[in-house]
Design a protein around this ligand. Structure first.
Ligand SMILES: Nc1ncnc2c1ncn2[C@@H]1O[C@H](COP(=O)(O)OP(=O)(O)OP(=O)(O)O)[C@@H](O)[C@H]1O
Ligand SMILES: [Mg+2]
Length: 274
């Protein structure tokens, strides 16, 4: 078997926090000895209750959080060897889509510009080429050329999330970190974006780290799953296996607290019940 695209080994992440009413700082270990890998073209779902450390792991991979101990290897390279300046190639290979599509756009720029600016930062093409690439990416995510001229306030949440995905796509990433990327969207938009991510993975062979608290969505989209409890990966394995035969009590409790199906079916159920 060839080496995985991403290999996270024995990852530990500490935060220094001050206690209320005190100047003293103490160390909080929020990620503890976490190891997992993601293969090319594979989706790894990371689940766990709020505060369990999911986003912190995503941030470490994106180099937005410092690693205290352990290693993150991307395509065989230890990312800690990059030092302070993350190479442009890594910044295009690893892209992210976050929960709040409005916060991730500049309200004063058209959404088309947010995409062409991303290309410009990476030194890709001239203005005409960048515009053409933005149009292509918008079409890939189901938006039209006319949407490029809109400001963020002139688009719906689902359309804006498509813009975020288009902006990530133009850089042709090999790994997309989706951190609660669907959580702010209604069920119908969620299922459209899930189908889009599925299609893009088939077409482009991208890998996803899919972080979400909605287990039904994670189950649908992931090949493998990791279950995080207070910074510890208590269970991981094939998605269907983990969902149908959870080994850890915590996984069973998470599953018991979740609606069962894909958003598309839940939407259908909601319509039937109305
Ligand atoms: N910059 C920071 N400084 C100190 N503590 C932090 C910082 N960022 C996160 N934490 C703490 O680390 C823990 C893990 O946070 P994280 O954001 O990774 O959780 P999460 O699993 O993504 O939760 P959610 O599902 O609510 O998004 C929490 O206890 C949080 O309070
Ligand atoms: Mg989070």
């Amino acid at each position: 078997m060839s080496a995985p695209l991403l290999q996270v080994s024995n990852l530990n992440i500490d935060y220094e926090v001050s206690k209320a009413g005190s100047w003293r700082k103490h160390t909080l270990t929020v990620v503890k000895d976490v190891s997992f890998h993601i293969g090319a073209g594979e989706t790894y779902g990371l689940v766990g209750e709020s505060g369990s450390g999911k986003s912190t792991i995503g941030k470490a991979i994106l180099r937005l959080a410092d690693v205290t101990q352990g290693r993150v290897l991307f395509d065989g390279t230890d990312i800690s060897t990059f030092g302070k300046n993350t190479p442009l190639s890594y910044r295009s290979d690893v892209q992210a889509v976050f929960q709040d599509p409005i916060a991730s756009q500049n309200p004063r720029h058209t959404v088309g510009r947010s995409v062409t600016d991303a290309l410009k930062r990476h030194g890709i093409g001239d203005a005409a080429r960048r515009h053409r690439r933005a149009v292509e990416a918008f079409e890939q995510v189901g938006l039209r050329e006319g949407h490029l001229e809109r400001y963020p306030s002139q688009l719906s949440g689902g359309q804006l999330q498509r813009v975020s995905i288009a902006r990530a796509l133009v850089l042709e990433p090999r790994l997309l970190v989706c951190d609660e990327a669907l959580s702010a969207l209604d069920l119908s938009t969620q299922s459209q974006i899930i189908d889009l991510l599925d299609r893009l993975q088939t077409e482009m062979g991208m890998s996803y780290l899919f972080i979400a608290h909605d287990l039904a969505v994670v189950r649908h989209i992931s090949h493998r799953i990791g279950v995080l409890k207070k910074g510890v990966l208590v269970e991981q394995g094939d998605a269907e296996q983990v969902f149908s035969h959870p080994e850890h009590e915590y996984t069973r409790a998470l599953l018991a607290a979740t609606p069962a199906s894909h958003p598309r079916d839940r939407r259908r159920q909601a319509t039937l019940a109305a």
